[in-house]
Ligand binder design. Structure first.
Ligand SMILES: *Cc1c(COP(=O)(O)O)cnc(C)c1O
Length: 394
Protein backbone atom coordinates (compact mmCIF):
# COMPACT_ATOMS: atom_id res chain seq x y z
CA UNK A 1 0.00 0.00 0.00
CA UNK A 2 1.36 3.38 -0.97
CA UNK A 3 1.54 5.95 1.84
CA UNK A 4 3.28 9.15 0.77
CA UNK A 5 4.90 11.32 3.44
CA UNK A 6 2.76 14.31 2.45
CA UNK A 7 -0.25 14.79 0.26
CA UNK A 8 -2.29 17.93 -0.21
CA UNK A 9 -3.93 16.48 -3.30
CA UNK A 10 -7.11 15.20 -1.65
CA UNK A 11 -7.90 18.50 0.03
CA UNK A 12 -7.02 20.58 -3.04
CA UNK A 13 -9.08 18.38 -5.34
CA UNK A 14 -12.11 18.50 -3.05
CA UNK A 15 -11.85 22.29 -3.09
CA UNK A 16 -11.12 22.58 -6.78
CA UNK A 17 -14.28 24.47 -7.60
CA UNK A 18 -13.85 27.18 -4.98
CA UNK A 19 -10.12 27.43 -5.73
CA UNK A 20 -10.95 28.01 -9.41
CA UNK A 21 -13.49 30.65 -8.43
CA UNK A 22 -10.94 32.40 -6.28
CA UNK A 23 -8.46 32.34 -9.13
CA UNK A 24 -11.03 33.98 -11.42
CA UNK A 25 -11.87 36.58 -8.78
CA UNK A 26 -8.21 37.58 -8.47
CA UNK A 27 -7.76 37.48 -12.24
CA UNK A 28 -10.64 39.86 -12.75
CA UNK A 29 -9.58 42.16 -9.91
CA UNK A 30 -6.25 42.92 -11.54
CA UNK A 31 -4.72 43.29 -8.05
CA UNK A 32 -1.99 40.67 -7.79
CA UNK A 33 0.17 41.81 -4.89
CA UNK A 34 -1.21 42.66 -1.40
CA UNK A 35 -4.61 44.41 -1.67
CA UNK A 36 -8.05 43.26 -0.48
CA UNK A 37 -7.44 39.50 -0.63
CA UNK A 38 -4.35 39.78 1.56
CA UNK A 39 -6.05 42.18 3.97
CA UNK A 40 -9.05 39.83 4.27
CA UNK A 41 -6.85 36.77 4.79
CA UNK A 42 -4.83 38.61 7.45
CA UNK A 43 -8.03 39.54 9.28
CA UNK A 44 -9.39 35.97 9.09
CA UNK A 45 -6.22 34.25 10.25
CA UNK A 46 -5.56 36.93 12.90
CA UNK A 47 -9.04 36.25 14.30
CA UNK A 48 -8.48 32.48 14.17
CA UNK A 49 -5.28 32.99 16.16
CA UNK A 50 -7.30 34.61 18.95
CA UNK A 51 -7.53 38.21 17.78
CA UNK A 52 -4.03 39.38 16.92
CA UNK A 53 -2.48 41.47 14.18
CA UNK A 54 -1.42 39.40 11.20
CA UNK A 55 0.92 40.55 8.45
CA UNK A 56 1.16 38.45 5.29
CA UNK A 57 4.61 37.98 3.80
CA UNK A 58 6.31 36.06 1.02
CA UNK A 59 7.44 32.99 3.03
CA UNK A 60 8.06 31.64 6.51
CA UNK A 61 11.72 32.52 6.11
CA UNK A 62 10.87 36.11 5.21
CA UNK A 63 8.50 36.24 8.18
CA UNK A 64 11.43 35.46 10.48
CA UNK A 65 13.71 37.88 8.63
CA UNK A 66 11.15 40.68 8.74
CA UNK A 67 10.47 40.14 12.47
CA UNK A 68 14.19 40.34 13.26
CA UNK A 69 14.47 43.48 11.09
CA UNK A 70 11.59 45.04 13.03
CA UNK A 71 13.59 44.37 16.20
CA UNK A 72 16.63 45.97 14.53
CA UNK A 73 18.74 42.88 15.09
CA UNK A 74 22.09 43.30 13.38
CA UNK A 75 25.87 43.20 13.63
CA UNK A 76 27.14 42.61 17.16
CA UNK A 77 23.86 41.06 18.31
CA UNK A 78 23.48 37.43 19.29
CA UNK A 79 20.30 35.47 18.67
CA UNK A 80 19.80 32.16 20.47
CA UNK A 81 18.25 29.39 18.39
CA UNK A 82 17.93 25.63 18.70
CA UNK A 83 20.67 23.67 16.92
CA UNK A 84 18.05 21.14 15.87
CA UNK A 85 15.63 22.84 13.46
CA UNK A 86 15.25 23.77 9.80
CA UNK A 87 18.00 25.96 8.33
CA UNK A 88 15.78 29.07 7.97
CA UNK A 89 15.88 29.84 11.66
CA UNK A 90 19.65 30.28 11.57
CA UNK A 91 19.92 31.60 8.02
CA UNK A 92 17.92 34.75 8.74
CA UNK A 93 20.13 35.61 11.72
CA UNK A 94 23.32 35.19 9.68
CA UNK A 95 21.89 37.22 6.78
CA UNK A 96 21.41 40.21 9.10
CA UNK A 97 25.04 40.05 10.19
CA UNK A 98 24.05 38.94 13.68
CA UNK A 99 25.48 35.85 15.35
CA UNK A 100 23.36 32.70 15.64
CA UNK A 101 24.12 31.14 19.01
CA UNK A 102 23.00 27.54 19.12
CA UNK A 103 21.55 25.87 22.16
CA UNK A 104 20.81 22.22 22.75
CA UNK A 105 17.33 20.68 22.83
CA UNK A 106 15.57 18.13 25.01
CA UNK A 107 15.98 14.66 23.49
CA UNK A 108 12.48 13.53 24.52
CA UNK A 109 10.34 16.43 23.27
CA UNK A 110 12.95 17.76 20.78
CA UNK A 111 12.40 21.34 21.98
CA UNK A 112 14.52 24.05 23.61
CA UNK A 113 14.16 24.80 27.34
CA UNK A 114 14.73 28.09 29.19
CA UNK A 115 17.65 26.43 31.01
CA UNK A 116 19.36 25.52 27.73
CA UNK A 117 18.91 29.06 26.47
CA UNK A 118 20.22 30.48 29.73
CA UNK A 119 23.35 28.35 29.36
CA UNK A 120 24.35 30.27 26.21
CA UNK A 121 23.04 33.75 27.11
CA UNK A 122 25.51 36.65 27.08
CA UNK A 123 25.21 40.43 27.42
CA UNK A 124 24.91 40.57 23.61
CA UNK A 125 21.83 38.31 23.43
CA UNK A 126 19.14 40.41 21.71
CA UNK A 127 16.57 37.82 20.78
CA UNK A 128 15.68 34.12 20.94
CA UNK A 129 13.81 32.08 18.34
CA UNK A 130 12.11 29.12 20.02
CA UNK A 131 10.87 26.72 17.34
CA UNK A 132 7.75 24.58 17.71
CA UNK A 133 9.40 21.66 15.95
CA UNK A 134 7.12 19.05 14.30
CA UNK A 135 4.14 20.97 15.72
CA UNK A 136 5.03 20.59 19.41
CA UNK A 137 5.69 23.52 21.68
CA UNK A 138 8.59 24.12 24.03
CA UNK A 139 7.97 25.52 27.52
CA UNK A 140 6.82 28.85 26.06
CA UNK A 141 5.71 30.30 29.38
CA UNK A 142 9.12 29.58 30.88
CA UNK A 143 10.92 30.99 27.85
CA UNK A 144 8.83 34.18 27.73
CA UNK A 145 9.33 34.79 31.47
CA UNK A 146 13.04 34.13 31.28
CA UNK A 147 13.42 36.38 28.20
CA UNK A 148 11.43 39.15 29.89
CA UNK A 149 13.76 39.12 32.89
CA UNK A 150 16.73 39.70 30.60
CA UNK A 151 15.03 42.07 28.12
CA UNK A 152 15.44 39.58 25.31
CA UNK A 153 12.92 39.59 22.46
CA UNK A 154 11.07 36.36 21.61
CA UNK A 155 10.34 35.47 17.98
CA UNK A 156 8.36 32.22 17.78
CA UNK A 157 8.97 30.03 14.75
CA UNK A 158 5.64 28.22 14.35
CA UNK A 159 6.16 27.28 10.69
CA UNK A 160 5.40 23.64 11.59
CA UNK A 161 2.92 24.39 14.35
CA UNK A 162 0.16 26.66 13.11
CA UNK A 163 -2.80 25.85 15.37
CA UNK A 164 -0.85 24.46 18.32
CA UNK A 165 -1.95 25.70 21.73
CA UNK A 166 -0.18 26.34 25.00
CA UNK A 167 -2.98 26.22 27.55
CA UNK A 168 -5.77 28.15 25.83
CA UNK A 169 -3.47 30.36 23.81
CA UNK A 170 -2.28 29.78 20.28
CA UNK A 171 1.44 29.23 19.77
CA UNK A 172 2.69 32.23 17.83
CA UNK A 173 0.95 34.77 20.07
CA UNK A 174 3.04 34.32 23.20
CA UNK A 175 6.24 36.09 22.21
CA UNK A 176 6.87 39.48 20.59
CA UNK A 177 6.35 37.99 17.14
CA UNK A 178 5.08 34.68 15.82
CA UNK A 179 6.13 33.54 12.35
CA UNK A 180 4.51 30.89 10.23
CA UNK A 181 4.77 29.45 6.72
CA UNK A 182 2.30 28.34 4.06
CA UNK A 183 4.78 26.08 2.27
CA UNK A 184 2.62 23.33 0.74
CA UNK A 185 3.58 20.69 3.34
CA UNK A 186 2.75 22.83 6.37
CA UNK A 187 -0.50 22.58 8.33
CA UNK A 188 -2.09 25.33 6.21
CA UNK A 189 -0.37 24.73 2.89
CA UNK A 190 -0.61 27.09 -0.05
CA UNK A 191 0.01 26.59 -3.73
CA UNK A 192 3.35 28.29 -3.60
CA UNK A 193 5.32 30.22 -1.02
CA UNK A 194 3.80 32.41 1.65
CA UNK A 195 4.07 33.30 5.32
CA UNK A 196 2.52 35.33 8.11
CA UNK A 197 3.76 37.28 11.12
CA UNK A 198 1.58 37.63 14.22
CA UNK A 199 1.87 40.28 16.91
CA UNK A 200 -0.39 41.71 19.60
CA UNK A 201 0.91 45.23 18.96
CA UNK A 202 -0.61 47.43 16.23
CA UNK A 203 2.47 49.64 16.25
CA UNK A 204 4.71 46.66 15.53
CA UNK A 205 2.30 45.47 12.84
CA UNK A 206 2.59 48.83 11.11
CA UNK A 207 6.36 48.57 11.21
CA UNK A 208 6.17 45.09 9.67
CA UNK A 209 3.84 46.34 6.91
CA UNK A 210 6.38 49.00 5.98
CA UNK A 211 9.32 46.59 6.15
CA UNK A 212 7.67 44.02 3.85
CA UNK A 213 7.45 46.76 1.24
CA UNK A 214 11.02 48.17 1.24
CA UNK A 215 10.48 50.09 4.48
CA UNK A 216 8.36 52.49 2.46
CA UNK A 217 5.98 54.81 4.35
CA UNK A 218 4.60 56.97 2.79
CA UNK A 219 5.11 56.12 -0.85
CA UNK A 220 8.74 56.54 -2.03
CA UNK A 221 9.88 57.69 1.41
CA UNK A 222 12.10 55.11 3.07
CA UNK A 223 12.95 55.66 6.72
CA UNK A 224 14.40 52.15 7.13
CA UNK A 225 15.74 49.48 4.86
CA UNK A 226 13.15 46.77 4.29
CA UNK A 227 12.71 44.33 1.45
CA UNK A 228 10.20 42.82 -0.91
CA UNK A 229 8.48 40.42 1.47
CA UNK A 230 4.97 40.89 0.06
CA UNK A 231 2.31 38.20 -0.13
CA UNK A 232 0.56 37.62 -3.45
CA UNK A 233 -3.19 38.21 -3.70
CA UNK A 234 -3.68 34.84 -5.42
CA UNK A 235 -1.94 32.96 -2.63
CA UNK A 236 -4.05 34.77 -0.02
CA UNK A 237 -7.26 34.01 -1.93
CA UNK A 238 -6.45 30.29 -2.20
CA UNK A 239 -5.44 30.09 1.47
CA UNK A 240 -8.74 31.75 2.44
CA UNK A 241 -10.50 28.82 0.80
CA UNK A 242 -8.49 26.34 2.85
CA UNK A 243 -8.60 28.10 6.23
CA UNK A 244 -12.12 26.88 7.18
CA UNK A 245 -10.80 23.29 7.03
CA UNK A 246 -7.79 23.87 9.26
CA UNK A 247 -9.51 23.00 12.57
CA UNK A 248 -10.79 19.71 11.21
CA UNK A 249 -7.42 18.94 9.65
CA UNK A 250 -5.61 19.53 12.92
CA UNK A 251 -8.01 17.17 14.71
CA UNK A 252 -7.41 14.52 12.07
CA UNK A 253 -3.64 14.92 12.33
CA UNK A 254 -3.78 14.51 16.12
CA UNK A 255 -6.07 11.52 15.89
CA UNK A 256 -3.77 9.85 13.32
CA UNK A 257 -0.67 10.47 15.42
CA UNK A 258 -2.34 9.04 18.52
CA UNK A 259 -3.69 6.04 16.67
CA UNK A 260 -0.21 5.03 15.50
CA UNK A 261 1.39 5.84 18.86
CA UNK A 262 -1.24 3.89 20.80
CA UNK A 263 -0.56 0.81 18.70
CA UNK A 264 3.22 1.18 18.98
CA UNK A 265 3.16 1.82 22.72
CA UNK A 266 1.96 -1.71 23.39
CA UNK A 267 5.26 -3.14 22.13
CA UNK A 268 7.94 -3.88 24.75
CA UNK A 269 10.62 -2.21 22.61
CA UNK A 270 8.79 1.11 22.41
CA UNK A 271 9.08 3.81 25.04
CA UNK A 272 7.81 7.35 25.38
CA UNK A 273 10.48 9.99 25.51
CA UNK A 274 13.86 8.97 26.78
CA UNK A 275 13.84 9.25 30.56
CA UNK A 276 17.54 8.50 30.94
CA UNK A 277 18.59 11.77 29.31
CA UNK A 278 15.42 13.80 29.39
CA UNK A 279 14.73 17.03 31.26
CA UNK A 280 11.00 16.66 30.67
CA UNK A 281 10.91 13.69 33.06
CA UNK A 282 8.10 12.17 31.06
CA UNK A 283 6.94 8.82 29.94
CA UNK A 284 7.26 5.18 30.75
CA UNK A 285 10.57 3.55 31.50
CA UNK A 286 11.42 0.55 29.45
CA UNK A 287 15.15 1.02 29.68
CA UNK A 288 17.99 1.17 27.24
CA UNK A 289 16.97 -1.87 25.18
CA UNK A 290 14.10 0.12 23.64
CA UNK A 291 14.29 0.39 19.85
CA UNK A 292 11.86 3.23 19.26
CA UNK A 293 11.08 6.29 21.38
CA UNK A 294 7.86 8.15 20.77
CA UNK A 295 7.89 11.93 21.18
CA UNK A 296 7.17 13.17 24.68
CA UNK A 297 4.34 15.72 24.66
CA UNK A 298 4.89 18.46 27.20
CA UNK A 299 1.88 18.75 29.51
CA UNK A 300 -0.54 21.64 29.03
CA UNK A 301 -0.10 21.95 25.28
CA UNK A 302 -2.09 20.83 22.28
CA UNK A 303 0.37 20.05 19.48
CA UNK A 304 -0.46 20.73 15.84
CA UNK A 305 0.93 17.47 14.48
CA UNK A 306 2.81 18.27 11.29
CA UNK A 307 4.71 14.98 11.35
CA UNK A 308 5.05 12.05 13.72
CA UNK A 309 8.73 12.05 14.53
CA UNK A 310 10.13 9.13 16.50
CA UNK A 311 13.66 8.14 17.48
CA UNK A 312 15.16 4.86 16.31
CA UNK A 313 17.93 3.68 18.62
CA UNK A 314 20.99 1.41 18.39
CA UNK A 315 21.96 2.61 14.91
CA UNK A 316 18.95 0.81 13.40
CA UNK A 317 17.39 3.79 11.62
CA UNK A 318 18.76 2.90 8.19
CA UNK A 319 17.47 -0.63 8.66
CA UNK A 320 13.95 0.54 9.51
CA UNK A 321 14.03 2.98 6.59
CA UNK A 322 14.72 0.11 4.23
CA UNK A 323 11.72 -1.79 5.58
CA UNK A 324 9.49 1.29 5.29
CA UNK A 325 10.77 1.92 1.78
CA UNK A 326 9.85 -1.62 0.72
CA UNK A 327 6.41 -1.14 2.28
CA UNK A 328 6.06 2.13 0.30
CA UNK A 329 5.63 4.19 3.47
CA UNK A 330 7.00 7.70 3.05
CA UNK A 331 9.51 8.72 5.71
CA UNK A 332 12.24 11.31 6.01
CA UNK A 333 15.02 12.45 8.28
CA UNK A 334 14.30 15.95 9.56
CA UNK A 335 17.13 16.88 10.08
CA UNK A 336 20.27 14.86 9.43
CA UNK A 337 22.76 17.64 10.27
CA UNK A 338 22.43 19.89 13.33
CA UNK A 339 22.82 23.54 12.38
CA UNK A 340 26.09 24.12 14.23
CA UNK A 341 27.62 21.49 11.93
CA UNK A 342 26.47 23.20 8.71
CA UNK A 343 29.38 24.28 6.58
CA UNK A 344 28.12 27.79 5.81
CA UNK A 345 27.50 28.57 9.48
CA UNK A 346 30.74 27.27 10.92
CA UNK A 347 32.51 30.64 10.65
CA UNK A 348 29.71 32.78 12.04
CA UNK A 349 28.38 30.79 14.94
CA UNK A 350 29.21 30.28 18.54
CA UNK A 351 28.54 26.75 19.74
CA UNK A 352 29.90 24.33 22.23
CA UNK A 353 29.07 20.66 22.17
CA UNK A 354 25.38 20.02 21.75
CA UNK A 355 25.02 16.31 22.45
CA UNK A 356 21.22 16.06 22.25
CA UNK A 357 21.00 17.88 18.91
CA UNK A 358 23.63 15.50 17.54
CA UNK A 359 21.90 12.45 18.98
CA UNK A 360 18.58 13.49 17.42
CA UNK A 361 20.19 14.09 14.03
CA UNK A 362 21.40 10.47 14.19
CA UNK A 363 18.14 8.94 15.42
CA UNK A 364 15.02 10.86 14.31
CA UNK A 365 12.64 9.55 11.70
CA UNK A 366 9.48 11.34 10.58
CA UNK A 367 6.30 9.53 9.52
CA UNK A 368 3.15 10.81 7.78
CA UNK A 369 0.12 12.09 9.74
CA UNK A 370 -1.58 14.32 7.14
CA UNK A 371 -5.37 14.58 7.45
CA UNK A 372 -6.34 12.51 4.39
CA UNK A 373 -4.65 9.28 5.54
CA UNK A 374 -7.12 6.42 5.46
CA UNK A 375 -7.75 3.86 8.22
CA UNK A 376 -6.00 1.26 6.03
CA UNK A 377 -2.97 3.46 5.49
CA UNK A 378 -2.69 4.15 9.22
CA UNK A 379 -2.98 0.45 10.02
CA UNK A 380 -0.32 -0.29 7.41
CA UNK A 381 2.10 2.15 9.10
CA UNK A 382 1.52 0.59 12.54
CA UNK A 383 1.61 -3.01 11.25
CA UNK A 384 4.84 -2.41 9.37
CA UNK A 385 6.56 -0.83 12.38
CA UNK A 386 5.32 -3.53 14.77
CA UNK A 387 6.34 -6.27 12.35
CA UNK A 388 9.85 -4.85 12.19
CA UNK A 389 10.03 -4.58 15.99
CA UNK A 390 9.01 -8.23 16.32
CA UNK A 391 11.74 -9.29 13.92
CA UNK A 392 14.49 -7.26 15.61
CA UNK A 393 13.47 -8.44 19.07
CA UNK A 394 13.84 -12.07 18.12
C1 LIG B 1 9.25 25.53 6.75
C2 LIG B 1 10.00 26.15 7.87
C3 LIG B 1 10.49 27.47 7.79
C4 LIG B 1 10.48 28.28 6.54
O1 LIG B 1 9.33 28.44 5.86
P1 LIG B 1 9.35 28.77 4.29
O2 LIG B 1 7.97 29.25 4.02
O3 LIG B 1 9.68 27.52 3.57
O4 LIG B 1 10.37 29.84 4.06
C5 LIG B 1 11.08 28.01 8.92
N1 LIG B 1 11.22 27.31 10.05
C6 LIG B 1 10.80 26.04 10.16
C7 LIG B 1 10.97 25.33 11.45
C8 LIG B 1 10.19 25.42 9.06
O5 LIG B 1 9.80 24.14 9.16
Amino acid sequence: MNVPLFSAQARNQALEESLQESFSRVLRSGQFILGDEVTAFEAELGRWMGGVEAVGVSSGTDALLCALMALEVGRGDEVIIPAFTFFSTAGVVARLGATPVFCDVCPACYQVTPEMMEAVRTSRTRAVIPVCLFGHCPDMEGIVNWAGEHEIAVVEDIAQALGARVGDVRAGTLGDFGCTSFFPTKNLGGMGDGGMIFTECTHRAERLRALRNHGMEPRYYHSRVGGNFRLDALQAALLRDKLPYLDGDLEARASHAHEVMDRLRTHPLVQVGCPSTCDCSGGGRKGSEAMISLPFIRPGQTPAWNLLTVRVHHGQRHCLREVLGKAKIGNEIYYPVPLHRQECLREVTVAGTLPHAELLADEVLSLPVYPELSREQLAWISDTLLGWLDRVSR
